[in-house]
Design a binder for this molecule. Structure first.
Ligand code: PLP
Length: 395
C-alpha cells in the first residue's frame, strides 16, 4: 500500500485554494480566519455522508468543528474513508456514549491542585495554557474543555500555575499543553517560557502541540527564535497517518530542528486510520526522514463518543510485534494505555519474555525463535555457592 516513501510522493499543493497567493496561504492568521467551521462550509467542498452530516450538527454541543484550509487539503475527496478526513470530520458516532466512556477518561480533574495544572507523576506536571486548537481531533481526550462547546469555561491561569510550579521543588519537568499552546501569541509564549526557565528546579520543558501538523505556517522564524532563546525546548507533535507528512510539515520540522528543538511524535491508534502495520511503518519511516522520533503510540482514551474511532488494543500489540526487529528501534514508539480513571500511562508490549526460571530468562526474538540468557545468580553460584541470591521475580 505504501511501497515508496520517497519525498516526491509527499503532498505539496494548495489544492482547493490554488488561486490564493502563496504569501496569503502561508500567513497563519489567514489560515485560522479561513478555517472550515460549519456544516455549510464543509458541504461546499466535500460531499458528506448522512453519518457525517448528523455528526456536524451535533458538534457545537460536544467539540467544535474546525479544520484549517491547509489540513483540509490533505483529504482525498474521492475517498469517503480517507484517514485524514476521519480524524477531523465529525460523525454520528460522537452522539453515542458507550458504557465505559467518560467525559474525563484519564481522571485529570482528580489530580488538579490548581486550575490548569495536572500533577499525577512525582516529578512532572501538565500545564494547560489554552482551550483552543487550530483544528479539532474528533477523539480529543480533553473535549470536556477544549473548544468550550460544553460550557466548561476554562480560563488559562498562568500566574497560579507558575506559582504552583515555583513552590513545588519536586517538579523538574513541565509539559505545556491545552488546547494547543502554540496558538498563544509570541509575546505570551516568550513570557511563559521565560518564567519557567527562571525556576531553578525546572530542568525539562516541553510543549505538546499539533500546530506543526494543522498549521505549519505558525512556526515562523520569530517563534523559532523564542525556542532558541529559552532552549532546550522539546516538542511533542501528533501525526497519525503518512498522508499528514507533507512538504510543509517536513520544512517546519526542519526549521524547528535547526532552532535546537528536539521533536517526538505521539500517535493515537485509530480504527481505519492507522491500525495497520504497513500504514504505521510508513508513518514512522516518514517521521525519521523529518528528524522526528516516534515517542508514544496511544491506545485511544475512553472519551465519550469515541467508540467508532477506537481500534482494538490487540491490534496495537500486533503492530508493535510487526515493527520490532523489522525496522530500527529509533522508529519504534512505545505503545501505552493511559489507564482509565487516572493510573497514568502503562506500557503495553508484545510478550518477548516467555519465562524467568531460577537460572535463566527464556525469550523469543522477532522471528519467534527461542533464546536463553543465564541469570547472574546461577553464574555466581557456580563460582561461589555462598553468594547471596536475588529475590525471585514474578512475570
Ligand atoms: C502524559 C503525561 C505526562 C508526561 O508523561 P511522559 O511519560 O513524561 O511523557 C505528564 N503528566 C500527565 C498528567 C500526563 O498525562
Amino acid at each position: 500500500m505504501y511501497p515508496n516513501d520517497s519525498l516526491n510522493n509527499w503532498h505539496s499543493g494548495q489544492g482547493l485554494w490554488a488561486d490564493v497567493p502563496a504569501a496569503t496561504w502561508n500567513d497563519w492568521k489567514w489560515q485560522l480566519k479561513n478555517r472550515i467551521t460549519s456544516l455549510e462550509q464543509l458541504e461546499e467542498h466535500l460531499e458528506l455522508s448522512a453519518d457525517e452530516r448528523a455528526g456536524c450538527l451535533f458538534a457545537k454541543d460536544k467539540l467544535a468543528l474546525a479544520i484549517t484550509p491547509y489540513f483540509f487539503n490533505l483529504i482525498d475527496h474521492d475517498d469517503p474513508n480517507d484517514p485524514v478526513r476521519r480524524q477531523v470530520v465529525p460523525r454520528a458516532g460522537e452522539m453515542h456514549t458507550a458504557p465505559e466512556e467518560l467525559l474525563d477518561p484519564v481522571g485529570e480533574e482528580n489530580t488538579k491542585p490548581v486550575d490548569g495544572i495536572v500533577h499525577r507523576y512525582p516529578d512532572r506536571v501538565l500545564f494547560l495554557v489554552t482551550d483552543r486548537c487550530a483544528s479539532y481531533c474528533r477523539y480529543c481526550t480533553r473535549s470536556r474543555l477544549v473548544s468550550n462547546a460544553q460550557d466548561y469555561n476554562f480560563h488559562p491561569e498562568f500566574e497560579s500555575g507558575l506559582e504552583y510550579i515555583r513552590t513545588h521543588p519536586e517538579i523538574r519537568d513541565v509539559l505545556l499543553s491545552g488546547g494547543d499552546p502554540l496558538l498563544l501569541s509570541d509575546r505570551k509564549l516568550d513570557y511563559l517560557l521565560g518564567e519557567l526557565r527562571k525556576i531553578p528546579h525546572v530542568e525539562f520543558i516541553r510543549i505538546g502541540s499539533r500546530i506543526p501538523v494543522f498549521l505549519p505556517q505558525r512556526i515562523t522564524p520569530e517563534l523559532c527564535e523564542i525556542f532558541k532563546k529559552h532552549g532546550p525546548i522539546w516538542l511533542s507533535i501528533h501525526v497519525n497517518h503518512p498522508n499528514e507528512c507533507s512538504h510543509a510539515l517536513r520544512d517546519t520540522c526542519e526549521r524547528l530542528s535547526f532552532a535546537g528543538v528536539p521533536i517526538g511524535n505521539q500517535s493515537v491508534l485509530l480504527k481505519d486510520v492507522n491500525d495497520d502495520a504497513e500504514v504505521m511503518k510508513s508513518l514512522i519511516h516518514r517521521l525519521l526522514m523529518m528528524r522526528v522520533r516516534p515517542y508514544y503510540l496511544y491506545q485511544c482514551d475512553l472519551i465519550t463518543g469515541s467508540a467508532h474511532l477506537r481500534a482494538d488494543a490487540r491490534k496495537g500489540i500486533e503492530i508493535m510485534r510487526a515493527l520490532r526487529g523489522h525496522t530500527t528501534g529509533y522508529a519504534i514508539p512505545q505503545f501505552v494505555i493511559d489507564a482509565p480513571g487516572g493510573g497514568g500511562k502503562i506500557p503495553i508490549n508484545p510478550e518477548y519474555v516467555k519465562e524467568v526460571t531460577d537460572t535463566e530468562i527464556i525469550m523469543q526474538n522477532f522471528q519467534g525463535n527461542e533464546y536463553r540468557y543465564p541469570l547472574i545468580d546461577a553464574a555466581q553460584q557456580a563460582i561461589d555457592p555462598e553468594a547471596p541470591k536475588l529475590e525471585p521475580i514474578l512475570t
